[in-house]
Design a protein around this ligand. Structure first.
Ligand code: NCD
Length: 356
């Protein structure tokens, strides 16, 4: 299936990746775009995760006060790529906080994008109507481009809507990495001393790019990151460099057995079929790493198995999914639910800056 970017050249020629530096959070979330995990310090993560844990607890207690947090605020969703979890969890998060959600009635494909409108204009249209916009787009740095234009919109309308990146091609997926790290900390207490093993399509997987960068920023004591992939799907150099800067020892291998037995966190990923230019290249490696109940038997008793989902054959056939799901070490459903709480915290923080 062709992406929008392939169908029409609606992108600007400006290199937004070099032009736009996402603002550091530095303890102040209000009004800040969330575009990259590089914006977060250890302290910012602590603030966000405290808020996420508090919102999780309050949601469980059906605290009615939650709906006051984003009351009167509107979130727009602009999803130029398929999504279930990111889209629905952001919508649910906003509604649980008492905010409203708008989106093009028949999906962004049937918005003016269909008529050839470019990203800069579509995002500013959403900005005229909403306080916060969640954007997913197939192009790397598209969220930076969107943020750039929303900053310009401020001059015209006297307020600046916030952009939250929901995945920019093979670039970043900051809110996913935040929920992944929150889940690891929730399960393990700390990342100190953990071996975190990321498996599969590390080249195209934006969730592992953001998670690896986030682990590098946290600089846990004695953390090792194992990157397991076919040679053609290795972690990009830019991400490896950040782990090196964070002094995180990294083991890069195509042999899972080398690291499986020592891994406390096993982060499985899908081979990103839609990112391959040649079908033959995908076919050649698609069966490289399949998680099966037999394989999980060989993992540590205290390991956790994570997956950003959706899953396909990399977790075996559906019968195999069911067996894997029964294993208490499989925590991808908790991971998924945590996504909503972390996104509630992000929305509360960027829209209101409130302590929750
Ligand atoms: C991921 C994504 O879109 O990057 N999904 C998600 O947001 N939970 C992972 C994937 O599509 O494989």
């Amino acid at each position: 299936m062709e992406t929008f970017a392939q169908q029409a050249d609606t992108r600007h020629a400006i290199d937004f990746a070099s032009l736009y530096v996402p603002p550091r959070i530095e303890g102040e979330f209000t009004g800040k775009h969330i575009l990259s995990v590089e914006q977060f310090s250890r302290q910012d993560l602590r603030i966000l995760f405290d808020a996420s844990a508090s919102l999780k607890k309050r949601s469980r207690q059906h605290d009615r006060g939650l709906t006051e947090i984003c009351s009167g605020k509107i979130m727009a969703t602009l999803f130029f790529e398929a999504s279930t979890r990111t889209d629905m969890s952001f919508q649910a998060a906003m509604r649980r906080l008492g905010g409203e959600v708008v989106g093009a009635s028949n999906g962004v494909r049937f918005s003016s994008v269909y008529k050839g409108e470019n990203l800069a204009d579509t995002v500013r249209a959403a900005g005229c109507y909403a306080d916060v916009i969640v954007l997913r787009h197939p192009e790397v740095a598209s969220s930076l481009e969107a943020a750039w234009y929303l900053d310009k919109l401020e001059v015209k309308i006297g307020r600046r809507p916030v952009l939250i990146g929901g995945g920019d091609g093979i670039g970043e997926h900051p809110s996913q990495a935040l929920l992944d790290l929150f889940t690891i900390l929730d399960q393990k207490g700390s990342i100190d001393g953990l071996q975190i093993t990321m498996v599969g399509d590390l080249r195209h997987g934006r969730t592992v790019h953001s998670l690896a960068k986030l682990v590098a920023r946290l600089k846990g004591k004695g953390v090792t990151v194992n990157c397991v992939s076919p040679p053609s799907l290795r972690m990009p150099a830019e991400v490896m460099d950040q782990m090196q800067e964070g002094q995180i020892p990294v083991v890069e291998t195509d042999d899972l057995d080398e690291v499986l037995g020592n891994s406390e966190v096993i982060y499985w990923t899908r081979v990103q079929e839609e990112r391959f230019a040649e079908r033959a290249d995908y076919d050649a490696i698609q069966d490289g790493f399949i998680m099966t109940p037999e394989l999980l038997q060989r993992a540590r008793k205290d390991a956790i198995l994570m997956h950003p989902l959706p899953r396909k054959h990399e977790m075996g056939p559906p019968e195999s999914h069911d067996i894997l799901d029964e294993d208490p070490r499989s925590i991808y459903f908790q991971q998924m639910e945590n996504g909503m709480f972390v996104r509630m915290a992000l929305l509360a923080k960027v829209l209101r800056g409130v302590y929750v």
